[in-house]
Structure formats: C-alpha cells, structure tokens
Design a protein around this ligand. Structure first.
Ligand code: SF4
Length: 436
C-alpha cells in the first residue's frame, strides 16, 4: 500500500536540496509526498546543527507530532546533520519517540529503515558517512521555481574550528562533470534558466583532472543557461583563472559570497581559516579589479573565543574597507564536538557579543543604503522569482544579476520571466523598479 510522507526541512540550501533527493528516492519506492503533516504516515525532520538548542527544538517537534496524531500511528524520522547526535541519544534511551534516523549519506537506505520499523516495531538507524556517496544517480524532485540548485560536491576537509560540518557530513567528494552537465541539461529542458551550484566548499570541487573553473565553463556552455551562481565558496580557492572566466562569461552572475568570518589574523588562525586579514583584502582587490561591478556578500562571526575588543576592530576595519553588498552576521555560539568547543572556553560575555554585533549591523546598514542608492535610475535585468507576498499587493519580486531584490508593480508576469526595469526607489533592503 502507498505510504504518505511529509518532510520538514531546517537550515541551509544543502538541506533543502537533500530533501528534494529524499523525495525522489521515496517516490521511486511508491511513496506519496504530502504537504500536510497531519495526512502523513511518515514525518521526517531534515535537521541542522547551526542554531542554538537545535537538539531540544527537534525533540519538542517530535513530541508535538506524536501527541497531535494520537492515537494514529505515525512514524517520525530524523535526517540530516543532527542524525549522529540523535542516534547516540536513541541508543542511550530506547524509549525516545523517534522511530528512525538517517545521516546525510544514508538517504538511499530510507525505504529499508522505514520498512524495518514498520514491520518489526524496532527503531532503525543508519548514520554511516561515505567517502563516495554523491547521489549523482538521483534526480531530485524539485518544486517549480526560477532557480534550480545542483549539489556538485559534498562534505568538507577544512575543519574550521567553530564548525561541525566535517563531522556531520564527512570528507569532500565531487560528482563527475558528466553527471552535473546531464542534470543541467535536464533542468534547461524542464524550463529552468538559472542554476546555483552547491557545495559545502563549492569551489574546492575536483573530479579527477576537472576543477571548479573547468566545471563552471562546461555549465556555462550549456545552451539555455542564462544565469549561474554558486555557494558557498572558501576564500582559499579563487584562482585567477576562475575570476577571468567569471569576467568573460555573461551567464556567470556578477556575485560572489566570500565568507570572512573574522578580520583579525590571530583569530582567523584560531578559527583555522588558512588566510590572513591582508590576504583576504588582497583577494577582494583582485576580484574587483578582474570583475568590475561584482557584488560581494559575506559571513561574519563576532565573539569567537579569546577575540579581544581590539581584535574585533580588525573585523570592523575589513567591513569598512570592503563595503560588502550583503553580510550575514552571527554571535559565536559553541557547537558540541567542534574543535573550538573541545579546546577553547566560550569566554566572551553575551553582552559584549551583543555590543559587537550591534556595532557591525550599524556600520553595514548605511553601506547597504548607499550601495542601493548608486543603482537609482539604472536599468537592470531581473529574473522574476515570486509574487511578492509580504503585503499581498500583487507586486512581483525579481533579482538582478548581482542578486539584489527588486519589487515591481503587479503585471502579467510569470516566475522565470526576465524583465528590464528602471530602478525608481530604494530602501536599505530593497529596490523598487518599473518595467521599461
Ligand atoms: S569550510 Fe569551514 S565553515 Fe565551511 S563547512 Fe567546512 S569547516 Fe564548516
């Protein structure tokens, strides 16, 4: 009999993509995907370890689902980065209400795991990390949209001391270029014209002799691909030939996410980021000299253990000098099992972390506004990605090549349309435009 499955996804784009893989794997096994949790025989939580108290939140969610569905039998599974944590908890406490657990490299085992728990009543799990699994033989079950994500590599070898990914997702491995290109062609045939290449260290991609630059050139050559983006790269892997290719190819977007994390070289060293402040700034200069008009976004952590107020000023200095187009800023919070958690005390008081992040946000806001004002009166091509729903005004939302959000008045548009607009108004966070 067909079983119904509901998947709830937390965290990053890689998790969203993995949920699409899981759906595809289960559909092949005759499962039906539903969008209402209360109609599902099986509920899966695809988890993330980035946020505080993630374990507790997932546990509460499992209880909520099980209680709401009483006395219906519903199976609840935990997938993703927290799988290993929960496997340990399950072994220590077999009465835990989770029924099955699958780690990021075990999704092909899900039909077996669900069968096992359904037929025997015994809880099942598989959290084995693989050196080879890339899921390149699984065609993800995608939702309609303007953009399609494609994971080209998985895992991470970098061991930044604050990050748990190398432990939850294992070592780096890349798909064959042929499988990536086949997937891109299938996406174009299905109507997608923008693809975003995904990986924990996307620009560390390497399959035999093919590196990331060569793969980007191959994707850019596929007829029908109008926009290519990639995330998330590491600053250590930006060879000149990649920057030259980005400058030469109109269908590679003028946008780079360049995670800084911290501006002080000693702190960067403690984070194991493998670059110094001056090297990061030199890379920014090189990127801007090679790709004029490129938009740069970043990630920053404030209050990493032992970071002094003076060292934080180096982060402020980089932010003022680089003038990022977007910045995702976080207060450091310790993640179990990371090198930082094992070796360093989380010693920066919460109020000091707050002071630093407020200072950063206050510095970035006028930069966003000034950068947006520079676009006033210019003509931009936007890709419509949705009807703008916030105020329910019927306005549409699109993105420029540089990934700036532009709101346009209601009209006869469809997701995936490209439209030229004149920028007529700006705020700190959005641009307003009129089709021309
Ligand atoms: S590069 Fe660093 S931050 Fe990124 S996934 Fe790897 S360990 Fe985590």
């Amino acid at each position: 009999m067909t079983k119904t499955v509901y998947i709830e996804t937390y965290g990053c784009q890689m998790n969203q993509y993995d949920s699409e893989l899981v759906k595809s794997i289960l559909i092949k096994e005759n499962y039906e995907i539903v969008t209402d949790e209360t109609l599902a025989d099986v509920v899966m939580l695809n988890t993330c370890t980035v946020r505080d108290n993630a374990d507790r939140k997932v546990m509460n969610r499992v209880h909520e689902i099980k209680n709401r569905r009483k006395p219906d039998p519903v199976l609840v599974g935990v997938l993703g980065c927290m799988a290993t944590n929960f496997k340990t908890k399950l072994l220590e406490n077999p009465s835990l209400r989770i029924d099955f657990i699958a780690g990021p490299d075990s999704y092909k085992e899900l039909p077996r795991l669900i069968d096992e728990v359904s037929t025997t009543g015994d809880k099942s799990f598989d959290v084995t990390l693989s050196e080879f699994e890339t899921y390149s033989d699984v065609d993800p079950s995608r939702e309609d949209g303007a953009n399609a994500w494609i994971a080209i590599m998985r895992g991470c070898n970098n061991f930044c001391t604050f990050c748990v990914v190398p432990y939850t997702r294992g070592r780096e491995r890349s798909r064959t270029p042929e499988s990536v290109i086949q997937e891109v062609k299938r996406l174009v045939a299905a109507g997608f014209s923008q693809v975003t290449l995904l990986g924990q260290n996307v620009n560390s991609y390497r399959h035999e002799t093919t590196d990331f630059t060569e793969l980007m050139a191959m994707v850019s050559d596929v007829p029908g691909v109008r926009r290519i983006r990639f995330t998330s790269p590491h600053p250590k892997d930006f060879p000149k030939k990649l920057l030259n290719l980005m400058a030469e190819r109109p269908n590679i977007c003028n946008q780079i996410h360049l995670p800084l994390q911290a501006g002080n070289t000693r702190v960067l060293d403690a984070m194991n980021r493998t670059y110094a402040k001056e090297e990061f700034l030199a890379l920014v200069d090189d990127i801007r000299a090679t790709i004029p008009g490129v938009a740069l976004s970043t990630d920053i952590i404030v209050g990493f253990p032992t970071e002094t107020a003076e060292e934080f000023e180096d982060t402020m200095d980089v932010v003022r000098r680089v003038r990022f187009d977007a910045a995702y800023m976080f207060k450091y919070s310790e993640r179990p099992n990371t090198l930082a958690a094992r070796r360093l005390k989380d010693d920066i008081p919460e109020d000091e972390k707050t002071r630093r992040i407020v200072q950063l946000v206050d510095t970035q806001r006028p930069i966003y506004f000034e950068k947006n004002k520079e676009l006033l009166g210019t003509i931009q091509e936007i890709l419509i990605d949705s009807e703008s729903t916030k105020k329910n005004t019927g306005e549409f939302q699109g993105r420029t090549d540089c990934n700036r959000v532009v709101i346009i008045p209601p009209g006869d548009y469809r997701q995936g349309d490209y439209i030229s607009v004149k920028i007529t108004d700006v705020t700190v966070s959005v641009l307003k435009g009129m089709p021309v």
